[in-house]
Write a protein that binds this ligand. Structure first.
Ligand SMILES: Nc1ncnc2c1ncn2[C@@H]1O[C@H](COP(=O)(O)OP(=O)(O)O)[C@@H](O)[C@H]1O
Ligand SMILES: [Mg+2]
Length: 414
């Protein structure tokens, strides 16, 4: 298969739609050619609520990015998905061979990945089947069994899925621009591509992308994703709480949150004051900055508790050695690392997108980790297409061999 040269990532967030077009150069380096950022309309908590509004925001974002690149360079887009409808589970699948051990081929492993896909009813769409690890004739912890002689290969895979209708709508708003969707990428997995180090993945880490309407979590263990989930909470709630507390419009609360907000008010001097400008005929107010930050701190504490509850319910018993890594626009919230360290202890860091040489300055913010990571995901997974269902005839040549294998499946986590 010829390598794709141009890559397009489309991130339809609750606050902004971001399209990035990039090119892989002769040395394998990724260069961003065009970026389009449009305010998001019609998205609630990561899900499309008004298709016409979203279509228009996506159109504007894609048009801006393509303006710098020109049309006809676009083989297809990799698109971020988020929303509380996304869920994950881990499954085990086994291939067994009765006679002498045979050499395991990459094609058989590929077939094993496909056969591990659970039979979902039509309300769900499969998004990812990611091998976590293999056990070869009882020897566990094998990363890649291709080429080994074996009687039995057991694979554990991380599976992510989402609501079929919501996903269909996501595809629709992108394809309305005559750009086919190559693949959909769960936001936290995309963000991880641009932020996590290999060491963090190996040691284990919780990657949290806090955006405007969602908080997207993936837990990594032994180098692979182990649990993914999305909470329908995010930075817009902090803004709304501040707007209610100070009786000011949302847009002003957003401005004040970014300029003066801090989610650990004890870091602020009690003497510090903030002037809230006059709005809707009300006189300007002078408020103690510590007081102003109280509702922000309470809400962020709630979000932290929800993150911990979600990963604990999934079976995580302690903070992994790689720690908690925040990205997404709300990771820029002042006081977040300090608050998290105070609540959880352990290593905490704020991650900015990396992995791309010469990334334009405007994309060097945590809010663009998912968009940048989606490009990296596209390069790594090029050739994979949306459907995990078996294309007809794709097992030709392996059927006879595969028919000697007996498959069993065991669901290991929900
Ligand atoms: N400097 C900042 N301090 C606090 N919050 C911020 C800052 N910059 C952006 N945000 C918040 O980040 C959120 C947007 O994050 P982003 O990841 O772009 O969202 P989405 O992907 O959901 O569109 C908004 O709620 C915004 O208020
Ligand atoms: Mg986002």
């Amino acid at each position: 298969m010829a390598k794709e040269v141009f890559y397009t990532a489309v991130d339809i967030g609750t606050s902004k739609v971001c399209t990035i077009v990039a090119r892989v150069g002769t040395e394998g380096e990724l260069k961003v050619l065009g970026t389009g950022i449009a305010p998001s309309q019609g998205v609630q908590k990561g899900c499309i609520e008004n298709i016409e509004e979203v279509k228009e925001a996506v159109r504007a974002s894609i048009a801006e990015a393509q303006h710098y690149v020109g049309k006809g360079t676009n083989p297809g887009a990799y698109v971020v998905v988020s929303g509380a409808h996304i869920s994950s589970l881990n499954v085990k699948d086994v291939m067994q061979h009765g006679g002498d051990p045979v050499s395991v081929t990459p094609q058989q492993l590929h077939q094993l990945i496909r056969s591990s896909s659970p039979q979902l009813d039509e309300t769900l769409e499969l998004l990812h089947v990611i091998p976590i690890g293999y056990a070869v004739d009882g020897l566990s912890g094998v990363r890649n069994p291709a080429g080994l002689h074996a009687n039995q290969v057991e694979m554990e895979a991380h599976i992510a899925m989402g609501d079929a209708t919501i996903i269909k709508n996501t595809v629709k708003v992108v394809e309305a621009n005559r750009i086919p969707v190559n693949s959909l990428v769960v936001q936290s997995l995309a963000s991880a591509e641009a932020t996590l180090t290999a060491d963090e993945r190996e040691m284990g880490a919780i990657l949290v992308d806090i955006g405007s309407g969602t908080t997207d979590i993936t837990v990594f263990q032994y180098g692979s994703p182990w649990f993914s989930s999305v909470l329908p909470v995010g930075g817009s709630q902090l803004t709304r709480d501040l707007a209610v507390a100070e009786r000011i419009p949302y847009h002003l609360a957003e401005e004040i949150k970014i300029k003066w907000g801090n989610v650990l008010p004890e870091l602020i001097s009690p003497e510090e004051e903030v002037v809230i400008p006059s709005v809707q005929g009300q006189p300007q107010q002078v408020v103690q900055r510590q007081m102003l930050c109280e509702p922000l701190a309470l809400r962020m504490y709630e979000i932290l508790k929800l993150i911990i509850l979600r990963v604990t319910q999934a079976g995580l018993t302690r903070l992994p050695d790689g720690g908690l890594i925040f990205t997404g626009g709300s990771a820029d919230m002042a006081g977040l690392p300090e608050l998290t360290e105070k609540v959880l202890g352990g290593p905490v860091r704020i991650a900015y997108p990396g992995g791309v040489t010469g990334l334009p300055t405007q994309l060097r913010r945590p809010g663009f980790s998912a968009g940048v990571g989606t490009l990296l995901w596209g390069i790594k997974h090029q050739g994979e297409r949306r459907s995990y269902r078996e294309p007809e005839g794709s097992t030709r040549g392996y059927k006879s061999l595969l028919s000697k294998f007996k498959r069993t499946r065991e669901k290991v986590a929900g």
